[in-house]
Design a protein around this ligand. Structure first.
Ligand SMILES: C[S@@+](CC[C@H](N)C(=O)[O-])C[C@H]1O[C@@H](n2cnc3c(N)ncnc32)[C@H](O)[C@@H]1O
Length: 248
């Protein structure tokens, strides 16, 4: 199958079409899928849930971050039966999209991490962030969670790296987006760095403006994107063609 656009040197490929047809035809295994599917919460023409897509995705990776709203995940929970949930991250935006004047102003979205098979077989790099405050944090007890308990000895001192918090504050693309639901690089980058090894392969079945491919490229990963709308494929091709190489 011919890609709509590619940069073979960078390992970037973009396909135009319905992911339910393209993905099975690609015969590819990705280290990670980053999915930002239509939430089916608006009347926009493209905002239709592609029935069965999580099962199709499950044949092509064992690790997937999926953006969505709580309503979307609850309404479609049966569609994720091939997957196990590991954790969720909240993206807090600087402004929000309120659909109703009689509810709290919504300034966040969720990204859920799903996996298949053994948790210990999943790639995950400890997500750290620089901490400017000087303090030592020494866990006296191992945390009661399902992760790698050896990391219970995680230590941070004198402004060194600390575990990244699960609420990530990142400015939305409001006012500078080429796609109505465009994700900023700042929210995708930590998910890729956590779940995909350097030079690994990220797959985005709902590429939109190409944020995932851009973030993958800039973090030294390869990427495949699929997008059903040709106008957005054009925008992705323009965006990625203009990318400069990351510093060596
Ligand atoms: C929520 S948007 C993704 C936005 C993207 N994350 C970004 O940052 O620009 C979902 C995208 O999926 C595309 N789409 C909808 N149904 C699709 C399908 N069955 N296969 C592939 N793409 C589809 C839509 O055209 C839309 O651009």
């Amino acid at each position: 199958m011919d890609p709509y656009w590619k940069d073979e040197d960078a390992g970037l490929y973009l396909y135009l079409g319905d992911m339910r047809e393209i993905l099975p035809a690609l015969d590819v295994q990705a280290d990670l899928i980053v999915a930002d599917p239509p939430y089916a919460e608006t009347s926009l023409a493209w905002d239709r849930w592609p029935d069965g897509w999580p099962t199709i995705a499950a044949a092509h990776t064992t690790s997937m971050w999926c953006f969505g709203s709580m309503r979307m995940f609850l309404d479609r929970h049966d569609q994720f039966s091939d997957w196990r949930l590991s954790q969720d991250v909240v993206w807090e935006k600087h402004n929000g999209s309120g659909f109703a004047a009689d509810r709290f102003k919504r300034v966040h979205e969720h990204a859920l991490h799903w996996y298949r098979g053994e948790w210990r077989a999943q790639h995950r790099d400890t997500p750290t962030t620089a901490d400017a405050t000087k303090r030592a944090v020494r866990r006296k007890q191992r945390p009661t969670h399902t992760g790698d308990i050896s990391r219970g000895a995680y230590l941070s001192e004198d402004g060194g790296p600390r575990l990244m918090r699960s609420v990530l504050q990142v400015r939305s693309m409001h006012g500078r987006a080429t796609h109505p639901t465009e994700k900023p690089l700042g929210i995708i980058d930590p998910l890729i760095r956590y779940s995909c090894p350097p030079a690994g392969l990220v797959l985005d079945p709902f590429a939109g403006s190409g944020s995932t491919l851009d973030a993958a490229r800039q973090s030294g990963r390869r990427a495949i994107g699929i997008e059903a709308d040709e106008r957005y494929c054009e925008a992705v091709a323009r965006r990625l063609s203009a990318l400069t190489l990351p510093a060596a």
